[in-house]
Design a binder for this molecule. Structure first.
Ligand code: PLP
Length: 357
């Protein structure tokens, strides 16, 4: 059955299922084989696995391209960065997920890439930096400053200059934004977050366009996965596909909670600044008292979990600068709130008592 006419809420449920034959399971199998009888579509599980295929079919259709599942979001980031060769010029955001920034800093230090650090919300400056570049890295909304880039304008400028464009779409998810449709070449995901949604797996993915240019990139990413060898476990992939089934309802509820909390936080005397792009379920706030003040708020929550990561059903809070790798553009007193699907008044009551301390 073609799924293209279906609404997103139906697609997350219907995609990546087995063919409907009498007696077939309604779920994709959890396939635990390292090797296969010769001459079939898959011969060895480092190169392919039916559980991967089911997840990739679903995510690929949601993003409008061809997906590859990776062992973690960072494995997908590393594979995407491998599209730039030794000595290449990479245009990258000063503030983004700290693992991505750390990888770029290492590559710069080791002389593998020349990195041009930019503020991607400044389209003119970012486009100017693309002249003579090989790859541009974007993350929108960004982690944890929640800055939004003009992906269509930046992707068009990259194409004109023959620059490969990559967008980390972890925060938006394909339900909110499909970067490939805006002209981006490669989408990267930490599947660990919203796509799987229950804080129980580490997984990543790339997605590329179905045209000739995208297929060539897909081949290179697939080879990087095959030869890099740090591949996704079938169990994690199966859990991620199960999580994906509820993405629409989870995100709808979490977003409604985030909108309400962002509005209430803007009126709270214990909050200096609220960052919320108007969509999605991450809200970042700045509180008085510097790093210590922010740490005290995080430690005083009871329903919110003081923990790293985001995108699970449970609400989480963290001061990002507690991580030494966090870019200095992120204020010391910034708390990232990953709003979950609990009752909004319970979330508010807990946050309010923590802020009042
Ligand atoms: N990209 C973003 C935006 C992230 O927030 C993260 C992790 O927090 C990653 C990539 C890395 O993903 P993983 O932790 O699954 O390796």
């Amino acid at each position: 059955m073609s799924h293209e006419h279906l609404a997103p809420a139906s697609r997350v449920v219907a995609l990546g299922r087995q063919d409907r034959m009498p007696g077939a399971g309604v779920n994709a199998p959890l396939e635990l084989s390292s090797t296969y009888v010769a001459d079939g579509p898959v011969n060895y599980a480092r190169g392919g696995n039916p559980t991967w295929s089911a997840f990739e079919e679903a995510l690929g259709a949601l993003e409008g391209g061809d997906a590859l599942v990776f062992a973690s979001g960072m494995a997908a980031v590393t594979a995407a960065l491998s599209l730039a060769g030794h000595g290449d010029v990479v245009v990258a955001p000063r503030a983004a997920y700290n693992g991505t920034v750390a990888s770029l800093l290492d590559a710069e230090r080791d002389g593998r890439f020349e990195v041009r650090w930019v503020d991607p919300t400044d389209v003119d400056a970012t486009v100017a930096a693309m002249d003579g570049a090989d790859l541009v890295w974007l993350e929108s909304p960004s982690n944890p400053l929640l800055e939004v880039s003009d992906l269509a304008a930046l992707a068009a400028a990259a194409r004109e200059r023959g620059v490969i464009s990559v967008c980390d779409n972890t925060f938006a998810t394909p339900l909110v934004q499909q970067p490939l449709g805006l002209g981006i070449d490669v989408v990267v995901h930490s599947v660990t977050k919203y796509l799987s949604g229950h804080s129980d797996v580490i997984l990543g993915a790339t997605v590329t366009t179905p045209d000739e240019r995208g297929r060539a990139l897909h081949e290179r990413l697939s080879r990087s996965r095959l030869l890099g060898g740090a591949i996704a476990g079938p169990m994690e992939t199966w859990l991620a596909l199960r999580g994906l089934r509820t993405l629409h309802v989870r995100l709808e509820r979490a977003t409604a909670n985030a909108k309400e909390l962002a509005a209430r936080l803007r009126q709270h005397p214990g909050v200096d600044r609220v960052r919320y792009p108007g969509f999605g379920a991450i809200v970042s706030i700045e509180v008085p008292g510097g790093a210590d003040g922010a740490e005290r708020v995080a430690a005083a929550t009871r329903l919110w979990t003081h923990s790293t990561s985001l995108g699970g059903v449970e609400s989480q809070v963290e001061r990002r600068r507690r991580h030494p790798a966090e870019p200095v553009a992120v204020p010391e007193e910034l708390l990232r709130l990953s709003v979950g699907i609990e009752d909004v008044d319970d979330l508010w009551a807990d946050l309010d008592q923590a802020l009042q301390r």
